[in-house]
Design a protein around this ligand. Sequence first.
Ligand code: NAD
Ligand code: LMR
Length: 327
Amino acid sequence: MKKPLRIAITGAGGQICYSLLFRVACGDLLGPDQPVILHLLDIPAAEQVMKGVLMELEDCAFPLLRDMSASTNPKAAFRDCDIAFLIGSRPRSKGMERRDLLEINGGIFKAQGQALSEVAQRTVKVLVVGNPANTNGLIACHHARELDPRNFSSMMRLDHNRALTQLALKIGHPVHDLQRMTVWGNHSTTQFPDVSQVLVNGSPLTTILQDPQWVEQIFIPTIQKRGAAVIEARGLSSAASAANAALSHMRDWIRGTPAGDWVTMGVPSDGSYGIPEGLMCGMPVTCQEGHYEIVQGIELSPQSRSLIQQTCQELSSEKEAVAMLLD
Ligand code: NAD
Ligand code: LMR
């Protein structure tokens, strides 16, 4: 049996974690031969709820779950962790945009970036889910001065999955047949879900879907506004689908993406595709042996370039808005 890996999960008393924790503990993240130790973190007001979650985890008798603890202290929760899901923060409610959460949530990620830098494994893989996820990811990464920025990522996978399903429904194929979806930019209404590279059973989507108006007028706005539509319907922000996306993001980063395919991750921009360096931006990546690479060589139309530029401008303006947290 392998040595257990330590997985820190923040916001452990919240909605997303109530789906995520049980899937991680049963092996959905790291496979059936990888034991895990869970480190739960939340704020003091959620201590009692965390106790209840620990009790339920015990009651599942998961063979792979070797140990677990709950804490309200980031340094205790992040100590020696190999993987960190930063979920804890306030969700938006009806009528809010995700960027309205910047002021409320931004500070959380400064403190957590510093704590990770001090006590986590040097190889820790961090996924920021708490909104606005890209800019919070940037804040955490900035303050983790002793860690490589490539250890940090933010969640665009829910947008990626939403795009796959809406496209699959439109063309009447199972999601399984689709490859090479990308969602560029910010996890916000400016994001650009890009179908131009999508393959359907190896053939370009354009040979099957000849309806550019549907892409522009229906598909893109549907994906951009899907989070708000879920809030409208549920009265709460997406939770099980967000947990599923977080798990898939981390699983693929660690265990690799399928040959010939790629996924969308929010990662620190390196100048590829003219996206300014220093943003945490949704981009197409392949993953192998625990490392991601930004897919190179995609030919972008002038219209795609302009949409990418718009969403990156929003990321830059969010970055300016939190300049006091990036000193
Ligand atoms: P929730 O309100 O159900 O739970 C949030 C939990 O975080 C609570 O238990 C709260 O006590 C805890 N928390 C608050 N401050 C904390 C801190 N400093 N340290 C640790 N824990 C803290 O919310 P949720 O539905 O689980 O959503 C969590 C976040 O994820 C929200 O910001 C939401 O907008 C975001 N989200 C992002 C995506 C994405 O695709 N990036 C998708 C869905 C939700
Ligand atoms: C989502 O996309 O469902 C989440 O980011 C929640 C939200 O505020 O939209």
